[in-house]
Design a protein around this ligand. Structure first.
Ligand code: ATP
Length: 231
């Protein structure tokens, strides 16, 4: 098991946003975290990396407790979050952005990232600010890989992107998964989720209310209607 959350609670001031979140991600597994707007998906990701500290419960990464540790210590254990707004340095080149993520002895070097994202290689000397939205997303994922994550967490990676770019990113994520990186994906695009995932977890009002493998989820129209407003 790479990640295990047990009864995690988190607050913003008086607002009790996570009310006992429990789920697990296995080694090399791709799990989605689904749910309507405001369900607590982003907050769950932020709790895992320690940016929004959880107030009770336990978070274990590769068997070790991580809750309460500062974000940089959690990151150094191999958890990497690609946030919704990507955090690209616009005035640095593509290659400089990638090198910022680099770790000593990481199996992921520039050439490995360029093999997965040929567009980034083509644009290696361009400024981050000159990239399209899709290319910025690829750069954010590539930079996270340079950090050698055991668990890569992505917050709405294909939101607002053209279908042809979405397809490209889906195939790139398949390659990253095949390399053995576990992925926790928050994404509203259910087609993308069901193309990629081993398992889905649905969050509602700060609790996991449903978990199923991909085949079971695909066949379950009622759950899509009840918790996600589609189907
Ligand atoms: P979305 O898809 O809309 O981002 P989400 O499932 O990711 O939804 P969160 O962003 O985790 O949901 O938000 C959960 C709840 O916490 C919402 O009610 C939201 O308004 C609230 N919230 C989020 N960030 C903050 C913050 N910084 N301060 C106060 N409340 C917040």
């Amino acid at each position: 098991m790479i990640l295990a959350l047990d009864n995690i609670h988190a607050h913003y001031g008086k607002s009790h946003v996570l009310q006992g979140v429990s789920f697990e991600v296995g080694d090399g597994e791709l799990v989605t975290l689904l749910g309507r707007n405001g369900a607590g998906k982003t907050t769950t990701l932020k709790s895992i990396v320690g940016v929004v500290p959880s107030t009770s419960g336990s978070i274990r990464f590769a068997g070790k407790p991580v809750q309460g540790l500062p974000p940089h210590v959690i990151a150094s254990q191999g958890v990497c979050l690609v946030p919704e707004h990507r955090g690209i340095f616009k005035l640095l080149t593509v290659e400089e952005n990638l090198l910022l993520g680099q770790r000593k002895r990481s199996p992921w070097q520039l050439d490995d990232v360029y093999r997965i994202f040929p567009r980034l290689k083509e644009r290696r000397t361009n400024g981050g600010g000159q990239l399209s939205g899709g290319e910025q997303q690829m750069l954010a994922i590539g930079r996270a890989l340079m950090n050698n994550p055991k668990l890569l967490m992505l917050d709405e990676p294909v939101e607002g992107l053209a279908p042809v770019i979405v397809e490209e990113i889906v195939s790139q994520l398949k390659t990253i998964k095949a390399a053995g990186v576990a992925i926790l994906l928050v994404e509203q695009n259910l087609e993308v989720c069901t193309q990629l995932a081993d398992r889905h977890c649905v969050l509602e009002q700060g609790r996991i209310v449903y978990t199923a493998d991909n085949a079971t989820f695909l066949a379950d129209e009622e759950v899509k209607d009840r918790y996600l407003g589609v189907g």
